[in-house]
Write a protein that binds this ligand. Structure first.
Ligand code: HEC
Length: 415
């Protein structure tokens, strides 16, 4: 997905202008200011990480554990209270032995593809408060009054053993809250509708309809992004598709012990948008990038992305590179079991490869909130403010709606 290209007010509304702007030489004072602002942004990030973040330790998770969970004790808990419904192997007790009708979402705990992306916190919420607390069936009882906190952590540790290849797939804990522009490293199964609208100047907006799904295995993701543009061009409303992106992402490394995940993505942007209207680059572009995310102990996180846009025909669109950082904090009431709120700040930079070009820096304070009871539907919103090369670049309002397809149907899990 290429937000820089689809961004209204940059290349959509005034595609030519921006390149010239970028190429214009900056005065010394201006350059000093840019360096100063970029430097302060860097210092701010380091400060946030040092103050709020501590590297994760062995067995650290997004949940707090007073003592490490004990799977052997968890087995006793499971055999005492869970086996009647979930079966000795975690696939579910034989249907003829159970009195209830299985809901569609009834879990098979041996299915790694279904369980590994699920963080322990999601399971714990269901075990403590019962199925209905997460929009699931009331057949799943609440155990918060029957089991101690430790017993619940232990039984989760035991149930994790039902999936046999847990060490190969990235764990759900590393699936950090989605930022508005910076792409995350975790391979996703979600549908996102993301809109960027110019907050001043001629009205214009771009809506990206994004489908992300894992293919082959849980470490590989296929992304399709179809942008739709609207713009008031000389008092005429025009609409049209932008450049469609097809991209493959591959998780290269991830570890919950260190809290890190690294992915590489290769994408192609097809010239499906009308470049005369400013809705597309007018040439095929390749977009490779690396994404590295780091989760810290108190659920502070850092997401970074470094990549390039490489048009085939550089006479119509310049080559450019971009780097993006999102710093945020995930928080939820009820010891991380309740609704998740994630304030973040993104620092976004893009620079053309043209001689004398300077870097466009933007700051984007934002918030993500889970809206459905099951937490499978989330919204994010923020304001993107250019702070260098501001001439011709307007602030933007960004908003997305996200549906995590793996957690059930869009209309289920709300009450
Ligand atoms: C009376 C039967 C019953 C018992 C006993 C029971 N469960 Fe469940 N459990 C269910 C059902 C049914 C679901 C599926 C709910 C749905 O999908 O709507 C479920 C779902 C779950 C989930 C949610 C998985 C997901 O997909 O997010 C977890 C975790 C879970 N059970 C753990 C346990 C544990 C741990 C115990 C024992 C302490 C236990 N259950 C005891 C019936 C039961």
């Amino acid at each position: 997905m290429r937000f820089e290209g689809a961004v209204v007010g940059e290349r959509v509304v005034a595609p030519k202008e921006v390149q010239h702007l970028n190429a214009a030489r900056e005065s010394r004072l201006h350059r000093f200011l840019i360096a100063f602002l970029a430097g302060s942004a860097g210092v701010l990030i380091v400060w946030i990480v040092v103050v709020f973040g501590r590297p994760m330790r062995v067995s650290a998770q997004t949940l707090h554990y007073a003592t490490s969970p004990d799977a052997t004790n968890g087995e006793k808990v499971y055999k005492g209270g869970c086996i009647a419904c979930h079966g000795p192997d975690g696939k579910g007790a034989p249907v003829e032995n159970t009195v209830f009708k299985r809901p569609d979402t009834f879990p098979d705990f041996t299915d790694c593809a279904g369980t590994t992306p699920e963080p322990n916190g999601n399971w714990k919420a269901v075990i403590v408060h019962g199925g209905p607390s997460r929009g699931l069936s009331q057949i799943m009882p609440a155990f918060g009054d029957l089991l101690t906190d430790k017993e619940i952590n232990d039984v989760i540790a035991y149930m994790r053993g039902f999936c046999k290849n847990v060490h190969h797939d990235p764990l759900g804990e590393l699936n950090l809250p989605r930022a508005l522009v910076t792409e995350k490293a975790f391979p996703e199964n979600e549908i996102v509708v993301s809109t960027a609208a110019s907050a001043s100047g001629a009205p214009a907006w771009t809506t990206d309809i994004i489908d992300e799904r894992t293919i082959f295995d849980a470490r590989t993701q296929l992304e399709t992004d179809v942008p739709v543009n609207y713009a008031d061009q000389a008092h005429n409303w025009t609409a049209g598709f932008g450049d469609i992106t097809l991209a493959l992402k591959r998780e290269m490394f991830s570890s919950l012990r260190t809290g890190s995940i690294l992915s590489l993505q290769g994408g192609v942007l097809l010239p499906t948008g009308d470049s005369k209207r400013g809705f597309g680059a007018g040439t095929t572009q390749f977009e490779p990038f690396a994404a590295f995310d780091q989760l810290f102990k108190e659920n502070t996180f850092l997401q970074t992305q470094l990549g390039a846009d490489l048009p085939v025909d550089t006479s119509v669109a310049p080559r450019s590179m971009f780097w993006r950082v999102a710093v945020g904090q995930a928080m939820a009431p009820d010891h991380m079991l309740g609704r998740l709120f994630s304030p973040m700040v993104e620092f976004l930079a893009v620079r053309d490869f043209t001689p004398g070009a300077s870097t466009n820096w933007d700051v984007l304070p934002e918030m993500q909130i889970t809206v459905s009871r099951r937490q499978h539907v989330r919204i994010g919103f923020g304001v993107r403010e250019p702070f260098t090369n501001t001439n011709g670049r307007t602030p933007q309002v960004l908003f997305y709606f996200l549906w995590d397809r793996a957690d059930g149907k869009l209309w289920n899990g709300w009450r």
